[in-house]
Ligand binder design. Structure first.
Ligand SMILES: [Zn+2]
Length: 248
């Protein structure tokens, strides 16, 4: 009887841990309880209400010396401007790519200095990640960034507060437009098909120009830009999309 009870209790304990783990996991990965409040207050942007068929194109985690220039060539071919959320330490290593982004008319956003897990950083370390990267981008591009995209989509009251106090917005993305393009082996046509299938005006598309799958992402951009431009869509930087929403 006692063994039976122990077994039941242990099963119950595992079940609680398991379910707790799942809800904790999705909570930290996907949403924060205050997300809609930040959005309503205009401190965090996930999409923009617009009347025209216009969407923002954003790329995270670069610059990468091999893959980013390929993507820049494709964007130039399509005469399209995007927003690059760059990692400060990588920007320092490849300043010529940041200068080219600026020359080609792209917007450059802040994606932290080290891309470390913000869960392990204190307030001062987070502030340093933001400020140091702003300084690097400003020196290289001549423009002070006003968009901050936290690594891994990390959100906390402290982080949002710091971002806003630095005069920046938390630059999130549209949930439906996260094709997980960075996954190794995901082919370009699959990434492109996801974007074409889910497209709606005012969305912020998230893609990744660095990392193992970066060349597939670049090819995907070539595919979906051709397709969606034919369907009347225009692609702009995130800052441009936000300003178009304000005018509506
Ligand atoms: Zn990232």
């Amino acid at each position: 009887m006692l063994t039976w009870l122990k077994r039941r209790l242990r099963a119950l304990m595992f079940m609680t841990l398991f379910l707790g783990g799942i809800s904790y996991g999705s909570f930290t990965l996907a949403l924060h309880p205050n997300l809609s409040v930040w959005e309503k207050d205009g401190n965090l942007i996930r999409s923009v209400t617009v009347r025209e068929k216009v969407v923002a194109l954003t790329f995270d985690d670069g610059p990468d010396p091999l893959r980013t220039p390929v993507l820049l060539d494709i964007l130039r071919m399509h005469q399209t401007q995007a927003t690059f959320f760059v990692v400060g330490s990588k920007a320092q290593k490849h300043p010529e790519i940041i200068r080219r982004m600026a020359r080609d008319g792209h917007e450059i956003g802040n994606h932290s200095y080290s891309h470390r897990n913000f869960n392990h950083l204190n307030k001062w370390q987070i502030l340093e990640e933001i400020r140091r990267t702003n300084q690097i981008i400003t020196e290289l591009s001549g423009h002070q960034p006003d968009l901050f995209r936290p690594p891994g989509g990390y959100l906390s009251y402290e982080m949002v507060d710091l971002t806003v106090k630095e005069g920046m917005l938390v630059a999130y993305w549209t949930w439906q437009q996260d094709s997980k393009d960075w996954r190794r082996g995901k082919p370009a046509p699959t990434i492109a098909a996801h974007i074409v299938e889910h497209i709606r005006p005012g969305q912020i598309i998230i893609l990744h120009d660095a990392g193992d799958n970066g060349l597939q992402t670049a090819r995907a951009v070539d595919i979906f830009l051709a397709d969606l431009k034919q369907k009347g869509y225009r692609f702009v930087s995130m800052g441009e999309l936000i300003s178009r929403g304000a005018k509506d």
